[in-house]
Design a protein around this ligand. Sequence first.
Ligand code: ADP
Ligand code: MG
Length: 709
Amino acid sequence: MSAFPGRPAPDPLPEPRSAPHPSHLEAPATARRALAEALAELRPIGVRTVGDLLEHVPFRHDDYRSSARLADLKPGQEATLVVTVERVRARPTRRRNLVIVEANVRDESGPGVIVWFNQRYLLKQLQPGMRLSVRGERRPTIDAEVVAKSHERAAEPEERLHTAGLVPVYRASERVSSRQLRSLAAEQLPHAGDRPDVLPAGTRARRRLPLRRDALHACHQPRTLAEHALGRRRLAYDELFLLQRGLVRRRRELDAVTRARPLPPPGDLAARYMASLPFTLTAAQTRTAGEIDGDLARPVPMRRLLQGDVGSGKTAVAVYALLRAVESGGQGALMAPTETLATQHLLAVGAACEPLGVRVVGLMQGLPARERRAALGVIESGEPLVVVGTHALIQQAVAFGGLTVAVVDEQHRFGVEQRRALEEKAADGPSPHVLHMTATPIPRTLAMTVYGDLDVSVLDELPPGRTPVVTRLVGGARRDEVFARMRRLLDEGRQAYVVCPLVSESERSQATAAEAEAARLESGELAGYRIGCLHGQLPVGERRLLMDRFRAGALQVLVATTVIEVGVDVPNATVMVIEQADLFGLAQLHQLRGRVGRGAHESYCMLIADPVTDEARARLDAMVRTTDGFELAEVDLDLRGEGTLLAARQSGVPDLRHARLTRHRRLAMLARVDAVEVLDGPADPARDALMDGEARRMFGADVDFGAGA
Ligand code: ADP
Ligand code: MG
């Protein structure tokens, strides 16, 4: 093994020693029955071929590098000993199911005793005269007796696998132990170079990465921890590189096959909209509007993700994009994940657009048939206008006459399929420009991978004059104080939300729980106050009515399920109580809290909880500590890992074996740069085919990465 930067090596980047012959890596069955049988037993852990076996890198190494002589081993000390067996016997024990095998051994320093627990077969295996390498610990109390952790024959010059050096520990299958995997992997490691190294030598040198062959060696059998880290880095890099290459290429292919109508530069309507706003845009909003203008001017569809924390003013930007469509004689559509949010948007968008003479049409479930028909009619006519609605917009047969800009709010709730359906709305004509918005921001470096086929804009500043919501964690025993505080604020004219405990996933039982809670509060803590109850099982019209009454102040308290999570905007509501807050996820808590702190008055978020798990405690502590969505996103990632991140977006981004999105952010960025460079560089069909094959092998054939996949 060679080619580790930083280690003296004559040639830092040697080419593979032998001509690649990958067939052995792909064949599950081989001439060796034992190997074929072992591979069959490894299927449950996803190892089917020799190649998979080599990719199944250990999750840990035991440091067995220290060695000692019998006479020098101190009580409590652990080391590797090389001894000769003299005598082996079973030590009598009083406990029936306890077997102690005891061996009298000797090395050049003198005699000693080694014991094994519950390994009766050793009575047959260990023979006098045998040379053994033993990893063991000298008992602190009993003189000179060493308890064996691991042992193997020490027949020179055979290399020791299990008792010396950094010993790999593998995730085992039910039938194949970590020790067996260690032997199998060591036996197959010479094939690590059979598959060609896909990384161009220049890239490898620039990123100071070892050959893949050497990286696999270093992952399984490292000589130093530094070497191991470098090996892991290479494997992680390969995944990220091929992932980024796939994402960038998918995006380019989409751009190549889809056409959008390029819009002229912003004109009179855009200017009038800006002038009509009761505030000046934040620098982040202005920058984002500029990025959108840039996208809209191109003959390919905008595919942009707008990330912004709750309250960062995404709606103002969305309306700008919609008006740009109308201004150019086209239609704008705003889609929301829930009826509540769509209703909210309809109000906000209507209030912004109608004074400018722009027609806004709502399209929701439960719309009276006549109104619905009329709405569909104008949408189909192609009349320049703005349409606001829910999924219904794309799920039902809505034929847009001139859809030019689509804004999809809360992007993470929309799967790839729905995004595609939206783009297909354009049928044969040009595709709409699409802006996705999410209030669950993730760090930009991560967004690049998770949303790798979208451009990303970030609203990283809140409008001025916001007072951060004061958040408190209160134990259930002090519930009364929370409601006493709420009553005081209600008496001062403020309004409040009470979010019900998350009893189950089912909307129906959630609704029942909310109604029960509302009834309880009405006759208890909040007797005499005007209370409404909002949940997902209410007919749409009723829900709208409730929201209207709350907004108008006719209701003082809204007891609700998480349906109020997104978009509800009532500035006079300054208190939110979340019951059993430990049951909610961090992103959800943050979204819920975003419903308050929208006006001039000081706002409060009371988390009632007695967290029992460390994770729940960490979530709630983070909520109390910060109101910054990006910071909370980081905490959430740390707590939950990234699997959930990828799963949540139903994105077609595959699971990663070696790379960790959280840990390898910089590496992901470098991989992106390198992938773009390769894609932009001179064509090299052989290399491309190699990379495609490797990507398919890595991510599975069904991950849609465009060409070749
Ligand atoms: P979100 O990003 O959560 O969707 P909204 O678009 O609902 O945020 O904006 C939250 C509130 O902030 C709204 O009441 C909106 O009118 C207000 N707002 C948006 N942009 C600005 C700004 N630049 N200055 C002041 N207030 C703003
Ligand atoms: Mg919003």
